[in-house]
Design a protein around this ligand. Structure first.
Ligand SMILES: *Cc1c(COP(=O)(O)O)cnc(C)c1O
Length: 375
């Protein structure tokens, strides 16, 4: 074996610019997946590239216990864009670590252990986050996982409220499930989760690893529902391709978080990438643009695909198209015949998570390709 454990695609990518990727034969692909929402500003974004290059020239790394200007700026930036008063920031390297931290913080701050998650949830692949992930195929070979996790129906306010009690440390929810099939929660569900956790003294955690960073047409999906959690986790698009995650939390959590730590927490180069990404999203009003193009894209999809698909779900530029056959075939045809890259979300959903900077012409391009493949 020559040493890889991941499945590979039969296309080698060598270059990226904006919403496009180029393979080793020079073929152009419209990247409607942004490699799982990881490049919200598109490939090779000027502001991020130059922030990283500048920081590389100054200081690549110093242990996290020394304050570093760029990390302090990132803390301030994230606190400024955080919904409500969840401005305490813990930095890490990935989404699963951000959730792992949230679970540990909740247990420490509440003194309880029970965690409530939702059916079809995806929160990551390390042992704790994995225990709150729903699908057996991700978990089975690694059991026993962290215990005391209970799953309730997604988007069922009564089931959730019934499960939360005095023993509960946290409820963890994606405001729109990504991996689970692009399933948006109703505002009523998120509000009920807020009330039930507040009454019981448990922490409400929103996993915005996929929905955050402007993806749904607002900086955070929970803003659209007007519900502020006790903790919010971010990663994927946070560094526009650089590996960084964050757990934002309220004071009562930060004051009693225990002794969690990580060597690379908020390294200078990664902080520079995230700071540039967040400030560009805010200054260029990217979430509002994503909202507008997302509405257009979903309208066009509905109009042009009609009955040849089952359903279109999502918000902003987080779009799920439930197709009438296996999504893998559709994705392959989109890529090989039309040069459009998209993602699956379960067996029958084609998932679009493009750079938030795409324009209407690029939205038209994906609609044309989908019409040709499934129409
Ligand atoms: C991708 C994802 C994660 C895990 O993030 P990694 O960086 O792969 O560890 C967690 N939660 C959600 C909602 C995700 O989409």
């Amino acid at each position: 074996m020559s040493g890889f454990v991941f499945s590979e695609k039969p296309i080698e990518m060598v270059e990226g610019e904006g919403a496009y990727l180029y393979d080793d034969s020079g073929r152009e692909y419209l990247d409607m997946g942004a490699s799982y929402a990881c490049v919200p500003l598109g490939h090779g974004h000027e502001a991020v590239q130059s922030a990283v290059t500048d920081q590389l020239g100054r200081l690549t790394y110093v242990q996290a216990s020394y304050p570093v200007e760029i990390r302090t700026e990132l803390y301030e930036r994230l606190a400024a864009v955080a919904p409500g008063d969840i401005g305490n920031v813990w930095l890490c390297n990935s989404g699963t670590e951000a959730n792992e931290a949230a679970l540990k913080f909740a247990r420490s701050a509440t003194g309880n252990s029970k965690i409530i998650a939702t059916e079809l949830a995806f929160h990551g692949r390390t042992m704790g986050s994995l225990a709150t992930t729903y699908k057996e195929k991700y978990k089975k070979p690694y059991e026993p996982l962290m215990g005391d996790v209970e799953f309730v129906d997604y988007d069922d306010p009564a089931a959730l409220a019934g499960a939360v009690d005095e023993e509960t440390a946290a409820v963890i929810v994606e405001p729109i499930q990504g991996e689970g099939g692009i399933n948006p929660a109703s505002t009523a569900f998120l509000q009920r989760a807020r009330e039930a956790t507040a009454e019981a003294g448990a922490a409400l955690v929103f996993d915005e690893v996929q929905t955050g960073m402007g993806r749904t047409g607002a900086m955070w999906a929970c803003e659209r529902a007007g519900v502020v959690p006790d903790m919010l986790t971010s990663a994927k698009g946070l560094g526009n391709g650089f590996p960084v995650g964050a757990t934002l939390c309220r004071d009562w959590i930060a004051e009693d978080y225990g002794s969690h730590a990580s060597t690379f927490s908020g390294g200078p180069v990664i902080s520079a990438a995230a700071e540039a990404t967040v400030s560009t999203l805010v200054d260029a009003e990217v979430p509002a643009h994503a909202d507008e193009v997302g509405i257009y894209l979903r309208e066009q999809l509905a109009e042009r695909l009609g009955d040849s698909i089952r359903e279109i779900r999502g918000r902003g530029l987080m779009v799920g198209i439930e197709v009438r056959r296996g999504s893998n075939r559709v994705l392959r045809d989109l890529a090989l015949e039309h040069g459009v890259l998209a993602l699956p979300a379960g067996r029958t959903v084609v998932r679009l998570l493009p750079p938030l900077t795409i324009d209407r012409d690029q939205a038209d391009e994906v609609v044309d390709a989908l019409e040709a493949v499934v129409g």
